[in-house]
Write a protein that binds this ligand. Structure first.
Ligand code: FE2
Ligand code: FE2
Length: 323
């Protein structure tokens, strides 16, 4: 056996596991926690940002320039969108961008809390814990960056609705790594897809492009960490626990994805928020966009048996996955 196949303590660096799903068996390639963490720490050392100095917060904001590519605005290609002036469309793009950022801060706070609980339970001198702490530091900077971005846009952040806010306050304090890492992927892969279209777009506000670029670069490793940990967990736990977590996650995703855009965004441009939310939920373009934004996440969930059982139907009915 070549020496690089084993860690210094004799454990294998990589191995494979089998996950049995209704649609057949899936083979997962697993990598030792320490090997993954060591690579992620190396990348973190090379590619980390300080948003306080790496973003030009004083960049002028042209009132006719979008804050989010228009095709990512919730009511794009609907009669409501057609009825808005250019300035109002820009205003709606700004409000939606800031609403997504507010949702991002809320979910990053929950993630930071979970990562502390995760690190607490592992060996403190391991690279796995060192990386968890590095990710907490990244998310700390991100949440501050998003808060500053919203303020620089002249707006205020939103809290989620009371049911989501209080539910997460209570259940977020319980350590359960499977829903924690799967939930992390839902939020990170969705925002990543939106931001990957935003930062290279020359027709978007420069300050927003800088913020989203930093976030995309730093989130790549968070996604890797969560994916690798979720694979290790599903390989070990009984299928029934995996299915329960997958179903709970599908329902939570359905409920929270409908709340990402705060109703006040629509009110601010003179639209009825109830009507606008309904129009967005039924819009073929919006459903297509959300299924596209979740595509990497759902493909991965399929691979690890997280769309198994009743979970798949929930994703499809919510318009987040193509049938
Ligand atoms: Fe983040
Ligand atoms: Fe993250």
């Amino acid at each position: 056996m070549p020496p690089d196949v084993l860690l210094s303590d004799g454990r294998p660096r990589t191995w494979t596991a089998r996950v049995r799903c209704k649609d057949g068996d899936h083979t997962l390639d697993l990598t030792h926690r320490e090997v993954v963490a060591e690579r992620l720490l190396r990348t973190s050392r090379k590619h980390s940002f300080d948003p306080d100095v790496d973003v030009d917060w004083d960049a002028p904001q042209d009132p006719d320039t979008f804050y989010l590519p228009p095709q990512l605005v919730s009511i794009y290609e609907t009669p409501l969108w057609d009825g808005l002036t250019h300035r109002r469309r820009v205003e709606l793009s700004k409000r939606e961008m800031c609403s997504i950022a507010s949702f991002g801060i809320w979910s990053e706070m929950l993630l930071m809390q979970s990562l502390v609980m995760h690190a607490y339970r592992h060996r403190y001198d391991s690279d796995h814990v060192a990386y968890a702490l590095t990710e907490i530091a990244d998310e700390c900077r991100h949440s501050k960056m998003f808060g500053r971005m919203v303020r620089t846009c002249g707006l205020r952040t939103h809290r989620p609705r009371a049911p989501e806010f209080h539910f997460a306050k209570v259940f977020g304090a319980v350590y359960d790594p499977m829903p924690m890492f799967a939930g992390t992927l839902v939020v990170e892969e969705f925002t990543d897809a939106f931001q990957r279209l935003t930062f290279p777009d020359e027709d978007v506000q420069p300050m927003i492009r800088q913020v989203t670029r930093i976030h995309v670069i730093e989130e790549v490793r968070h996604i890797k960490y969560a994916r690798e940990e979720l694979k290790r967990l599903v390989a070990k736990l009984p299928a029934v626990r995996r299915r329960m977590a997958a179903y709970g996650l599908a329902q939570a995703t359905r409920l929270t994805s409908a709340q990402v855009i705060h109703p006040s965004c629509y009110e601010a441009v003179g639209l009825d928020p109830t009507l606008a939310r309904r129009v967005a939920a039924r819009s073929p373009h919006r459903r297509e966009t959300l299924a596209w934004a979740f595509r990497k996440c759902t493909a991965f969930f399929d691979e690890v048996g997280f769309l198994d059982g009743r979970a798949r139907g929930v994703w499809v009915r919510a318009g987040l996955l193509k049938p």
